[in-house]
Write a protein that binds this ligand. Structure first.
Ligand code: KMH
Ligand code: ZN
Length: 277
């Protein structure tokens, strides 16, 4: 097992809202543009360089509207310098065209979901033609793709896109682990997924629910990057809700510092991720 030197820079991402969690699950979910901006700034202060962004309608339901994204991005920009990574996954059941709404805002980063999975009792559909169409649109928007891989085969699909010229190196992988119906988190899974990515690519782990803390710590130990936040996990401890995503970021940052890993600010992360500044 190759352990990346502890001094390697760490990019922490905060997934502050997502599409599935509701206020009935946790009262700490940000919904309005102002709440999203306040939460983004708190996460930045706690150590996050990237905000993975979804938006909600006023009633709390998920949306991929260009207008709502524009409003949220504008408010976030007024408060903080974080990298904004918009979702192109949206919520299950949305059409591809609907999912691409935020790309009109020309975000610095956007997710590219690299395959179809069972997503709890739903199906998160990403056909091979859809993945290619979304990859083209991300490139046309001038955004850097983060490759969301919920299964090992999704990594191989991303490598096909690279060969087809739809993605440019260096690639940025997110191993999304623990979605009910897809691959479950473990050290062996992380090591195997990491073994499948090309030299020079970066990798991060986003693990769901109770797996978030141990998998974040594993990724940090192994030299990867990590994503935490309410989109994936609402609890700080068993039975204790996290008061927003910032406490989850702060805990990951404290763990990283205890291992001597440097937590990078957004500008340094832009350089590492190849985002034009
Ligand atoms: N809400 C999930 C169905 C992404 O942001 O790109 C998909 C998702 C992935 O959250
Ligand atoms: Zn998301």
């Amino acid at each position: 097992v190759i352990v990346t030197p502890p001094e390697s820079p760490l990019v922490l991402t905060a997934a502050i809202v997502g599409a599935e969690v509701t206020r009935a699950h946790t009262p700490y979910l940000p919904i309005t543009a102002q709440e999203l901006a306040d939460e983004a700034a708190r996460c930045r202060d706690a150590g996050a360089a990237v905000i993975h962004l979804h938006v909600r309608n006023a009633d709390g339901t998920p949306s991929q509207s260009t207008e709502l994204f524009g409003e949220a991005i504008g408010r976030i920009r007024e408060k903080t310098d974080v990298i904004i990574q918009t979702s192109t996954g949206g919520a299950v059941g949305m059409s591809v065209e609907e999912r691409l709404g935020p790309l009109a805002c020309k975000p610095e980063m956007a997710t590219l979901n690299c395959g179809t999975i069972n997503f709890g009792d739903d199906i998160f559909v990403n056909t091979r033609p859809d993945i290619r169409a979304i990859a083209r649109r991300i490139r046309e928007a001038g955004s850097i793709a983060e490759l969301e891989c919920y299964e090992v085969g999704h990594i191989h699909e991303a490598l096909s896109l690279l060969k087809e010229g739809l993605l440019g190196a260096p690639l940025h992988f997110q191993f999304v682990l623990g979605v009910p119906g897809a691959i479950m988190p473990s050290e062996e899974v992380v090591l195997f997924m990491r073994s499948q990515i090309p030299a020079g690519a970066s990798w991060a782990v986003a693990a769901v629910g109770r797996y978030q803390r141990p998998m974040t710590e594993l990724a940090i130990k192994l030299g990867g990057h990590a994503r935490v936040g309410l989109e994936d996990n609402i609890y700080l401890e068993k039975g204790v809700l996290s008061e927003g995503s910032a406490p989850l970021v702060a805990r990951a940052a404290a763990y990283a510092r205890s291992l001597g890993r440097e937590i990078v600010d957004p500008d340094r992360a832009r350089v590492l991720l190849g985002i034009p500044t």
